[in-house]
Design a protein around this ligand. Sequence first.
Ligand SMILES: *Cc1c(COP(=O)(O)O)cnc(C)c1O
Length: 497
Amino acid sequence: MAAKPSSIKYKSTRGGATGLTFEEAVFEGLACDGGLMIPDSIPDVSATFKSWSKLKFHELAYEVAKLYCSEAEIPAADLKELMCRSYSTFLHPDVVPIVKVDDLYIMELFHGPTFAFKDVALQALGNLYEYFLKRSKRKLCVVGATSGDTGGAAIYGMRGKENVECFILFPQGRVSQIQKQQMTSVLDANVHCLELEGTFDDCQDIVKDLFGDLPFKKQYCLGAVNSINWARIMFQITYYFYTYFKLFPQCDGTMSFSVPTGNFGDILAGYYAKRMGLPVKHLIVATNDNDILHRFFDSGSYDKYPVKATCSPSMDIGISSNFERYLFYVFGQDPKKLSEAMTEFKKTGKLAASNQDLQTARLDFASACATEKNQQDTMRSWDQKYQYTLDPHTACGVSACDQLRYKLGWAQLPRHAMVVLGTAHPGKFGEAVQAALKRPVVLPPALAAVEHAPTRFQVVPCTTQSVRNTIERTVLRRQYPAPCDCLSGVRRMLVGC
Ligand SMILES: *Cc1c(COP(=O)(O)O)cnc(C)c1O
């Protein structure tokens, strides 16, 4: 029997919080004990999911979300409407179309407003935040750091949303021109792009400082948009089911997914889909040279290395924040064991799994690392052989399939489909694609349109204090435009939060 949808609650992977509602889990972001929010059980739909096979994308998104959020929290009609609105902004009628190229299928996740897969979750998260805030008469300050993709998707998800102010920090001179244009050309009054005179790591450290300053966090109701937020994982589960139904309308096959991976959010959604009962054969973790995850599945040691800049920058991470959610299951759902391992990892930058844990993990995932050369060769050969232009991230996923073709033997499996998650449009990473193909990439019209659009952003010194002041000033100005009202404004805001 499927778990009763109305009973689901959330808890921290480290045991310090239990019994939270979906709404609380979404607003909490990071748990107070430093852990991540997970559902207290994974709904089992293996006996019933076939009845979803004819649903449209937004209808399927509703079916998945309603398992993770009780109807008492969001009435069915509201949740349905929310999902419908969230995916109406996608340019393709299928939302997530699937294209067959040779013996692989590419799940094109890049037809949303910013041409990268993060739109699928962030379009919905923006609406979800707005819905909850309106109901509880609260306000929220979304604060996030970006090296390019997340910022754009977050801004397009939050633009114009009532009761949400959105602050995105990006490093000066270190995001691509098109990514900067995409973020800064959104002129909605609630969107604030802060260009910091520093690196991406500086931006991220400042965001961490602000979230760690609990009085500030509480006063301004800071909210997270990165994939530590449970809702992002949940909204990504939909496309694994959707793709299965598109390729096996009679539900009579199995499939495998190769996922270009950075923070382990996208592939974790695939893991949840499998645990829910979707017939998934392999889940392939495809990394670039920042291969901490590949090294883990290879050797059992999860060791932090310095980050290298590659041509697939959205996967340039030193550690994968969502991996903690998966380790929780590997460690037999033992919060104490996990907590100790994470404390040790924070101290030493090292974490070792036992042989038995590694065996478990290898049953769940296979992995491969796509080097810079692998990515370029893959982009070039797909252009020449199939006239299909891959972006460098998706190329990692394709390269991983090629590397594991014989080891996993997937090409010989009957009634099986190997699907690569297409995480970005090649136009978003034009320089890397052009370097591989030796010709410019054609931009989709909506992306070309932002190239010369007017922009608004502020340059801010790279200190936590400067960013804090900017947020304070902006929030006061936005909420209480009459200067004499400022003080009472602060008081009212404190009560409101
Ligand atoms: C964010 C991103 C990824 C990595 O996704 P994770 O959920 O962090 O593993 C891969 N490709 C692109 C284009 C991205 O923007």
